[in-house]
Ligand binder design. Structure first.
Ligand code: UD1
Ligand code: UDP
Length: 366
């Protein structure tokens, strides 16, 4: 069976790296479509190079702009690809606009849709990602839930049990596979301030970057950190910082976004992580680091319940207090995300679906 995979943003390249490798190993034919949502070399090319992801057969070049315009243009072009390629299945990841466009294109053409990272919920419908995930899950035929919490969310929304597969998290597969290759960023050794330990921070959520009060408050919280802070800055955040003429505090070293291997090294070697990223919250746990979540809610609730991650929000004092956390008493070996074989399981299920005439579109009673 031919599978068209739609990707477009940084976290999707990382997830696809694990699954595309497994597909190649199991002999499934994959056609990769890159929507172009992320397009800078350090937001896109670097992942293909470092992680050995095959070059996409289609590069749609649709990045930037408002949500509706971006999603609409992606949808139109993905539909063209699907009409040309006539795949047996479309595969999408996560919760970006590229995910939604791929999902709608498949559903409208009655092509089976599989969603990796199904069932995540923040229960905050003001987040663009929440809309993208809910819609994608409800037009999917095969839902790959990373955790039991995700499965329970889907069941509560009336999605039939037989369509849901709890496979673990493909980001754990990637973290394990590339761990050995993690490498120190070139600029690190030249900065003597960092030798006594550091905080790793990422900020890119629209709710944080697009609200000057929140962004200022995060910077104020970081300024209280007893350790220097490394902040690989997402392009969205760069634009907002420039617009607001914000000056990051002196203990914060701002760098360009780093490659996956450098990020893994920073995660492995830091003392603590502060982030509003979904993926980085989990990677903190994979690398056994306490994590300060710069949000009021999270989709990865099991990490907060286990005490590994804390929801600090963006209040200056709360961030400052949380940044003094240590690993003492934290339990990182609870296996929330499977055993590192999620991608293999995804591909086995996809391959088995290819031998059936049509994936079931039925829903359970809601
Ligand atoms: C997107 C996803 C978000 C995900 C994040 C991962 C949506 C709605 N949001 O957010 O869920 O967590 O990716 O990083 O899909 N830009 C560049 N160069 C690039 C990419 C972006 O300059 O390579 C700038 C552009 O000004 C663009 C802005 O960043 O307008 C925002 O990019 P966009 O893809 O719309 O959203 P993200 O904030 O990256
Ligand atoms: N990441 C990276 N370089 C960076 C920042 C993040 O390689 O400078 C990786 C990170 O290790 C994780 C993924 O990008 O694997 C998370 O993506 P992001 O935070 O952009 O999106 P989210 O997970 O929030 O959707």
């Amino acid at each position: 069976m031919k599978i068209v995979t739609v990707i477009g943003a940084r976290p999707q390249f990382i997830k696809a790296a694990a699954v595309s490798r497994a597909m190649a190993r199991q002999g499934l034919e994959e056609v990769l479509v890159h929507t172009g949502q992320h397009y800078d070399a350090d937001m896109s090319d670097v992942f293909f190079e470092q992680m050995g992801i095959p070059r996409p057969q289609y590069e749609l070049g649709v990045g930037g702009g408002r949500h509706g315009a971006m999603t609409g243009r992606q949808l139109e072009r993905i539909e063209d690809v699907l009409l040309t390629e006539k795949p047996g299945m479309v595969l999408v990841y996560g919760d970006t606009n590229s995910t939604l466009a791929g999902a709608l294109a498949a559903a409208k053409l009655h092509i089976g849709l599989a969603h990796v990272e199904a069932g995540l919920r923040s229960f905050n419908r003001r987040m663009p990602e929440e809309i993208n995930r809910v819609v994608t899950d409800h037009v999917s035929n095969i839902l790959f839930a990373p955790t039991r919490t995700a499965r329970d969310n889907l069941s509560r929304e009336g999605i039939a049990e037989e369509m849901i597969h709890v496979v673990g998290d493909v980001m754990l597969d990637a973290a394990l596979f590339y761990a050995e290759r993690a490498r120190m960023p070139g600029w690190f050794a030249g900065d003597s301030r960092l030798s006594g330990g550091f905080v790793l921070c990422t900020i890119h959520r629209a709710e944080n970057t697009d609200d000057p009060k929140r962004l200022r408050s995060i910077f104020a919280g970081l300024s209280a950190s007893p350790l220097p802070v490394i902040l690989p800055m997402h392009p969205r955040t760069k634009v907002k910082v420039a617009e607001l003429e914000l000056v990051p505090p002196p203990n914060v070293r701002v760098v360009d976004p780093v490659g996956y291997l450098e990020m893994a090294w920073l995660e492995k070697n830091c003392q603590i992580i502060a982030t509003d990223s979904g993926g980085v919250q989990k990677e903190a746990y994979f690398h056994r680091k306490p994590c300060v979540v710069l949000r009021e809610e999270t989709e990865w609730t099991e990490l907060v319940e286990a005490g590994c991650n804390v929801l600090a929000g963006v209040e200056e004092g709360a961030i400052a207090a949380a940044l003094t956390r240590s690993t003492q008493g934290l339990e990182f070996a609870q296996g929330f995300y499977g055993g590192g074989d999620a991608a293999e399981r995804v591909v086995e299920i996809l391959a088995a679906a290819g031998t059936r005439p049509e994936p079931s579109p039925s829903r359970g009673a809601s």
